[in-house]
Design a protein around this ligand. Structure first.
Ligand code: KDG
Length: 312
């Protein structure tokens, strides 16, 4: 039985080897992407058993991703290969100044966007017994079917009394409208025990200006813990019935690439809670992992092992 199960789209990632516009770059380095995959890899590196539900195309990108996931020790019993659709991929810019890089997606109609209720693990099966289910707001942006799977997984985990963690991961360009994005993501968030929005995401989703207001908004809708990511400033952590507090961020010498920092943060919070840490100590671990991830170009290159985390 895995400790954690997650579901989402894994993509091949081509990272530019030179700064500048993607259309002018001549060389790319191959890596992997996918918010939930990054979280899965991070938790696996910390020693947790992690089950990953997804679908890949029958192509070289899919084979590369599958080999990567196997090498990272993920439980791939519920990873399908679907010969009808391709594996999604994305391009990522190289930036020299620590700003968010430009990314371009090639994922519409991908194998993962065709995930559906048919991919739901059977009741009582190993994946339905994991201690924690992690979801993001990307899945319901991919297709109605994929969104239905996310909601069904969350409802089932909740009904069984298992923990659900959720990162809104807003991707406005994957949604038909801002209103639909906000309504769907908040509906999914209200199925979660642990909600981890970024400050800008939280403002957009709740209409509240400050982190405390955002946390209260989700606590009032059933969350047990809310952690609002404040970037270099750290995070604001609040639990139901308790006082919120700021957990300061760690100084970073050089920001190489910000993508994946939020996933690293989620790895810290989730692993911390599973290890029995308090929410603020879990958030401090999230800050430490996020700070490490931004010092690497790949989305999950910087995710630490236990030994690396201890020496961070
Ligand atoms: O959180 C990192 C992700 O943005 C990246 O790995 C790709 O899943 C991805 C997405 O949809 O942007």
């Amino acid at each position: 039985i895995p400790d954690v199960v997650t579901m989402g789209e894994a993509m091949a990632l081509m990272i530019a080897r030179q700064p500048g516009l993607l259309e002018e770059v001549r060389e790319f380095e191959r890596a992997t992407a996918g918010a939930e995959l990054n979280v899965a890899v991070g938790l696996s590196r910390l020693g947790f058993q992690v089950g990953y539900i997804s679908s890949l195309g029958q192509d070289s990108l899919g084979r590369h991703l599958r080999a990567f996931m196997a090498a990272e020790g993920l439980d791939l019993r519920h990873l399908r290969t679907d010969e009808r659709y391709p594996t999604g991929f994305m391009l990522k810019q190289m930036v020299a100044d620590g700003s968010d890089p430009q990314v371009e997606y090639f994922r519409r109609g991908s194998a993962a966007s065709h995930l559906s209720l048919l991919d739901m693990p059977a009741p009582g099966s190993a994946f339905q017994q994991a201690r924690l289910l992690h979801l993001t707001g990307i899945s319901p942006a991919l297709s109605t079917d994929c969104g239905e799977l996310a909601f069904a997984l969350a409802r089932q985990a909740r009904a069984d009394g298992r923990l659900v963690s959720f990162d809104p991961n807003l991707r406005p360009r994957l949604w038909p409208s801002r209103e639909e994005m906000i309504a769907t993501i908040n509906a999914l968030a209200s199925q979660a025990d642990v909600v981890m929005p970024g400050l800008a995401e939280g403002r957009l989703l709740t209409g509240c200006e400050d982190a405390a207001g955002i946390a209260d908004w989700y606590l009032a809708r059933g969350a047990r813990h809310v952690v609002v990511k404040l970037g270099p400033e750290g995070a604001y952590a609040a639990s139901a019935g308790g006082d919120g507090c700021i957990v300061p961020g760690l100084p970073v010498r050089e920001v190489v690439d910000t993508v994946g920092a939020g996933d690293g943060f989620a790895v810290g919070v989730i692993s911390g809670l599973l290890d029995g840490l308090s929410l603020s100590d879990a958030a401090a671990r999230g800050n430490a992992i996020g700070a490490r991830v931004v010092q690497f170009r790949g989305d999950c290159e910087g995710l630490p092992t236990r030994a690396q985390l201890a020496s961070a």
